[in-house]
Ligand binder design. Structure first.
Ligand code: SF4
Length: 460
């Protein structure tokens, strides 16, 4: 049996890491079965498509279903992975003609046996159950179903890769890759269903993580993106206390010319002493990804997020004082139930005061499976749109100032794309796939070799 497969990744970098491991595990069997990974899932040669789904929001679930439906129509055999599996709708799945396998998290490390061991494919009982369920109303059934799954998931350890698996480093040609240090989350932000989907936090052993960093460096990766749902709580489940800084010391001690970056820092347990500690790490990029979600204590309380204004202010001021080249990225949710004009003005002032280098802005979405959907004082769409516009205007002014301040300065970065007039460069401090890249005239680049992934010096 030949196995010509391709893949689609929906959702976040944490999900992508799982897909890269799955691809690696499948390719491991190339000596036993004719296996070929094909870039383009629509290529006529592609028989199987892994759809690595997202389930975080109802819109993400719709996108996952649409993607599955699209490749089903193309007659591709579908391998369903990712977060949608935990919140899947069996009605929808039973409507697919070419569903080959549904791979729950727990089966990730045995995906090859699922595909090449037993020719199991579809779970017949699940199909029968779904057909019976078709008569029931979608929403009630879905929440009932999720309630039953939720029962299972909560408290169940999230699946993590141990590090001795083979992984397909898809981003290696660009010089960077994601290093997932834990999966799942112990926080309970009221707008988020990730703990329901991915379960409780499960950290990888430090030695496995260090081993994977060495494998990455051996594969020519020079920049390591450290991710988890909440990196600051790394190790709490495994070692009984947060051990992120001990892990960073071990990564820092690995020989080689490389850099690493921290994402998803949850600010409540970080202290000013931690800032000093971070300053001692020479390979750490001064990049601070801290998703505040809001600044008003009234809203933070309703979001179930545990940090106060004074703590955040002191923390941000200390970062600016200790890291002159700090790049602070954050994200905000606008229109959260109960958000008043005063709360919103507080947020605008917060953004102006700290002039963040990069901000993700999300309109509150009443996610039916999240606790916040049951909150009162929903904000009208017209008001939310107005606030989104106001914030966008403030951010434009902040970014314009950052762009002006960068003029005439010299930077280093990775070539992401070129044409005969200009080159798109990801400045070393800019995070891949989330931050704006620099557009640079060829004459402003020191090196004449302009290949993708090359690390070059240039001035703006
Ligand atoms: S920290 Fe909050 S928003 Fe992030 S994954 Fe955990 S529960 Fe969700």
């Amino acid at each position: 049996m030949s196995f010509h497969f391709s893949s689609i990744n929906l959702g976040c970098s944490k999900n992508l890491v799982d897909l890269e491991f799955a691809i690696g595990e499948i390719l491991k069997y190339s000596d036993r079965t004719p296996i070929e990974y094909i870039e383009d899932p629509e290529d006529p040669e592609t028989d199987y498509v892994i759809v690595n789904t997202c389930g975080f929001l109802s819109s993400a679930r719709e996108e996952s279903e649409e993607t599955l439906r699209h490749y089903d129509r193309l007659g591709k055999k579908l391998i369903l992975m990712g977060c949608y599996v935990s919140v899947k709708d069996d009605n929808f799945l039973s409507s697919l003609k070419n569903l080959h396998s549904v791979v729950p998290f727990i089966s990730y490390s045995t995906i090859e046996s699922l595909l090449f061991g037993k020719k199991a494919g579809l779970d017949i009982d699940a199909v029968v159950r779904a057909k019976v369920a078709i008569k029931e109303s979608k929403e009630r059934k879905l929440s009932e179903y999720l309630g039953s799954i939720g029962g299972n998931q909560r408290g169940e350890k999230a699946f993590v890769w141990k590090g001795d698996e083979v992984r397909a480093y898809i981003h290696a040609p660009f010089g960077y890759e994601y290093l997932k240090i834990a999966e799942g989350c112990d926080n309970s932000c009221t707008f988020c269903i990730i703990p329901q989907i991915r379960g409780k936090q499960t950290s990888r052993k430090m030695e496995d993580i260090v081993k994977e960093v060495q494998v990455m460096l051996a594969n020519g990766i020079r920049e390591i993106q450290i991710i988890a749902q909440d990196t600051t709580r790394y190790g709490t489940d495994l070692y009984g206390e947060p051990r992120l800084f001990e892990l960073l010391e071990k990564i820092e001690a690995i020989p080689g010319d490389f850099r690493y970056r921290l994402y998803y820092m949850y600010p409540d347990i970080l202290t000013l002493e931690h800032i000093q500690k971070l300053k001692s790490f020479k390979k750490l990029l001064p990049y601070f990804d801290i998703p505040f979600q809001h600044s008003s204590e009234h809203i933070l309380k309703r979001m179930g997020r545990h940090y106060d204004e004074a703590h955040v202010e002191a923390f941000l001021i200390s970062i600016r004082e200790n890291f002159p080249d700090a790049f602070i990225r954050t994200s905000f949710i606008i229109g959260f139930p109960g958000e008043t004009d005063i709360d919103f003005q507080h947020l605008l002032d917060f953004v102006k005061r700290h002039s963040f280098e990069s901000v993700g802005v999300f309109q509150y979405h009443d996610e039916p499976l999240a606790a916040s959907s049951k909150l009162d004082e929903k904000v009208q769409d017209a008001v939310v749109n107005q606030r989104m516009k106001k914030l966008a205007k403030v951010l434009d002014e902040v970014y314009a100032k950052h762009t002006k301040d960068a003029q005439g300065k010299t930077f280093s970065g990775y070539i992401m794309n070129t044409d005969d007039k200009k080159v798109i460069i990801r400045r070393e401090i800019q995070a891949p796939e989330v931050d704006e890249y620099d557009e640079v005239k060829i004459s402003a680049i020191k090196s004449k070799e302009l290949e993708i992934g090359k690390f070059v010096e240039y001035h703006l």
